[in-house]
Design a protein around this ligand. Structure first.
Ligand SMILES: NC(=O)c1ccc[n+]([C@@H]2O[C@H](COP(=O)([O-])OP(=O)(O)OC[C@H]3O[C@@H](n4cnc5c(N)ncnc54)[C@H](O)[C@@H]3O)[C@@H](O)[C@H]2O)c1
Length: 319
């Protein structure tokens, strides 16, 4: 089994929410960490604390810039790539219908091609529980099918999974595909908790909730998520797909109530009314974490409600 120590790791999207937490974990373990990020939704501020380390290199570049990508890959010869870069915004992808195709399968193909030509051994991919669509088995296991994504974001994630498994079969690159639940916690810049905090800080009397508040989702703490990614790389057999999630689900109403009680106890909720928060939203996700447990991954926060409570606590202090 590979060990992170002594390895050169390239992190695409390493200046983003999850990627920056991954960089923090890797900087103490790997021999070199290269962040490849175009800063479209990430921020250098999230990783600038590592810039004095001799192990760290930041490359501001786009995955769509193929010559640059190949040049960096040839220069650095990474042992493994952790691929986070993507469009994180489902609603934006619905408005701009080419975005998830470009930032998903096309960017990922560029990365796989550069990896193939520079003999990278492993790719660790951040997929999403969104790939299951409106699954009729809950909790939803990794072998659920047929998968019918309901957003362009989810379709893009599923297409990337397919490209990765095909490259693995044809060119011998090992993969680990992780289907994350909703990730929350340190450095979080987007998502329902941040959205509610920002709205209430602007107007303490009123909170608009997209949907009917009954949407329920699986969650995972970001520090647990990045630790699980590395644990599986080091300890589990490659070429596997793993759900990463806590037990249970947390409703949007519960999140709204907690954020309101912390920031604006007199705020009234206005629901936009529909079952879905927005077109493409999977309003009820509950992903199965038995396989994750069977490979030995243990989470600090094992239950969805605990993860959310912790995230609300740290994020209300930040925003
Ligand atoms: N946050 C979640 O709850 C969640 C859940 C499931 C899956 N994911 C996946 O995890 C990954 C990371 O998500 P996040 O929440 O940290 O998002 P994020 O927006 O904070 O991070 C994405 C990073 O990728 C960079 N990037 C985007 N397009 C790029 C390109 N073409 N070239 C180079 N860099 C590019 C951005 O600047 C940003 O730093 C994404 O693939 C996302 O789909 C996230």
């Amino acid at each position: 089994m590979p060990k992170i120590s002594g390895k050169t790791i390239l992190v695409t999207g390493g200046a983003g929410f999850i990627g920056s937490n991954m960089v923090e974990l890797l900087i103490s373990k790997a021999s070199k960490v290269i962040v490849y990020d175009n800063l479209s939704s990430g921020s250098f501020d999230l990783i600038k604390q590592f810039s004095t380390s001799t192990k760290f290199r930041f490359v501001k570049a786009d995955l769509l810039d193929v010559p640059r990508l190949k040049k960096i890959m040839i220069e650095e010869e990474p042992d493994a790539i952790i691929h986070f870069a993507a469009n994180p915004d489902i609603q934006l992808g619905t408005k701009n219908t080419g975005l998830d195709l470009e930032q998903g399968p096309i960017a990922t193909h560029n990365l796989l091609e550069a990896a193939r030509l520079s003999n990278v051994k492993s790719i660790l991919y951040s997929s999403s529980s969104a790939v299951y669509g409106k699954a009729d088995i809950k909790p939803t296991p990794e072998n659920y099918g047929p998968m019918k994504p309901i957003s362009l974001y989810a379709a893009s994630k599923l297409a990337c999974e397919g490209l990765i498994t095909a490259y693995s079969n044809l060119y011998g690159i090992n993969y680990y595909i992780y289907r994350f639940a909703n990730v929350v916690g340190k450095n979080q810049t987007h998502g329902v908790i941040v959205d509610f905090i920002k709205k209430l800080n602007k107007n303490k009397r009123y909170l608009e909730v997209l949907g009917d508040g009954k949407q329920k989702k699986s969650y995972i703490d970001v520090i647990d998520c990045v630790a699980a990614i590395i644990y599986a790389y080091e300890k589990a057999k490659p070429n596997e797909i793993l759900n990463l999630a806590t037990r249970g689900q947390t409703s949007v109403d519960s999140i709204a109530a907690q954020v309101i009680s912390k920031i604006a106890p007199k705020a009234k909720i206005h629901y936009t009314g529909t079952e879905q928060g927005w077109p493409g939203d999977v309003s009820n996700t509950y992903i199965d974490n038995k396989k994750m447990q069977s490979v030995g991954i243990k989470l600090k926060y094992g239950y969805s409600d605990d993860v959310v409570k912790h995230a609300i606590k740290i994020l209300t202090n930040k925003y």
